[in-house]
Write a protein that binds this ligand. Structure first.
Ligand code: ZN
Length: 157
């Protein structure tokens, strides 16, 4: 009974996109079960209606894999449809966050080149894709090795 159970945690991400950068802050934390966590949907909708600055969601995967689950894909698709704009899904495992952009055109999110968690709940992400690139480019670009170098250099500025 004394064994500590690691549970998923999640936050809303509020912020903005500016050029290739996404600036976000984690707010409104909620705590779930070892393999799931529920988002505070009422809060998210109220925030978006009041300020229009909800950019996505941040949650942890205690299992250690920072990739979206089937449930994450479904949840994000519903949110994107609900908000009518692209949303980020940031997943943290082993203290390292990875960011995925869901824009409603693809079933799953497309990973951004870089994602860093800074002190005070700030999350900085870098995306070197432009919106008029083809879906295939969106899928392939982050797998190119130059992407990592470029994004790391940009983050260091
Ligand atoms: Zn998840």
């Amino acid at each position: 009974m004394s064994r500590k159970v690691v549970v998923e945690r999640c936050w809303m991400l509020v912020g903005r996109r500016q050029g290739p950068f996404w600036y976000a802050r984690r707010v409104q934390r909620s705590v779930g079960k070892p393999t799931s966590v529920a988002f505070d949907a009422d809060w998210a909708l109220a925030r978006e209606e009041a300020k229009g600055d909800l950019v996505g969601f941040y949650h942890t995967h205690p299992s250690g894999l920072a990739t979206p689950s089937v449930r994450d894909d479904r949840t994000m698709a519903a949110w994107v449809a609900c908000f009518g704009k692209p949303l980020l899904c940031v997943i943290e495992a082993d203290d390292r966050p990875r960011a995925y952009l869901y824009d409603g055109r693809l079933r799953s999110g497309v990973e951004l080149c870089a994602c860093e968690r800074l002190p005070r709940g700030i999350v900085l992400m870098f995306d070197d894709r432009t919106e008029d690139e083809t879906e295939e480019n969106w899928r392939n670009q982050c797998e190119a090795s130059t992407c990592t170098k470029k994004s790391t250099a940009a983050l260091a500025k």
